[in-house]
Design a protein around this ligand. Structure first.
Ligand code: C5P
Length: 234
């Protein structure tokens, strides 16, 4: 069974502060996207990586991929993305050639995910799960709040049992047919792909996530990512 990875990289990264689209910002001197592409291509099971570029940046991303060393056994495709992450993933899926029955969806914003995590996700899909997410327990207690006016304090309405909550990461892994059907069926706004498969009533399972698979979202995350890279290079 062949595996492809779709990497949505079309976000602007507003929360990271002003500058280039997030995926194109440097980490250890190399664009975040290149780290993410290598993280997928490092898995021997992944034979195709589809990068979903900023809508006006497909040419730039193509030349970026050409100018960095990537494994020969992997094919690469670049397609322009959309307005939302969901739309970008759909555009990536539409570009997938036949023959790839397992699909990973991986955020460009998670450049440092270790290959063992990628392989564990693929393995669980091979074992029959229609959808697989890497998940970690939460360090913080989580509160549910009710909406409040702009200058009002938000009232807490519930404290879910932390032992049953997980923070989920990417790559998320899918049986291709299930993911395609989810993207054709579910039209609600969602923040990950697995939740769309859940809405079809299919089982989503977890595998252990990894702390280095964190998402680079805010400026402090860049500091952490640089430190992780520096430690790896020791
Ligand atoms: O904004 P957020 O951090 O949730 O984005 C997660 C991933 O989705 C990022 O890699 C980002 O580039 C991608 N994305 C996209 N198209 C959009 C918005 C986000 O590919 N329109």
């Amino acid at each position: 069974v062949r595996t492809a990875a779709v990497i949505p990289a079309a976000g602007r990264g507003v929360r990271l502060g002003p500058g280039a689209p997030k995926a194109l910002r440097a980490l250890g001197g190399t664009p975040m996207l290149i780290h993410a592409v290598r993280a997928m291509a490092d898995s021997r099971a992944v034979s195709l990586v589809v990068v979903v570029a900023p809508p006006d940046g497909a040419a730039e991303v193509k030349s970026l991929l050409e100018s960095h060393a990537l494994p020969d056994r992997t094919d690469f495709l670049v397609v322009p993305g959309g307005e939302s992450r969901q739309e970008s993933v759909k555009l990536g899926l539409d570009a997938l050639p036949p023959g790839y029955d397992i699909v990973l969806v991986h955020d460009a914003a998670r450049p440092l995910v270790p290959v063992d995590t990628v392989d564990a996700v693929i393995e669980a899909v091979r074992d029959g799960a229609p959808a697989v997410v890497p998940a970690l327990p939460l360090a913080d207690t989580v509160k549910q709040v009710a909406p409040a006016g702009p200058d009002e304090p938000e009232p807490v309405v519930a404290t879910p049992d932390r032992s049953l909550l997980r923070a989920v990461q990417t790559p998320q892994g899918f049986d291709r047919a299930a993911l395609v059907r989810a993207h054709e069926t579910v039209k609600d706004d969602v923040t990950d792909d697995a939740s769309m498969v859940e809405q079809l009533g299919l089982t989503v399972v977890t595998v252990p996530g990894h702390e280095e698979a964190f998402k680079v979202t805010r400026p402090l995350d860049l500091v952490l990512a640089e430190a992780v890279l520096a430690r790896r290079r020791l």
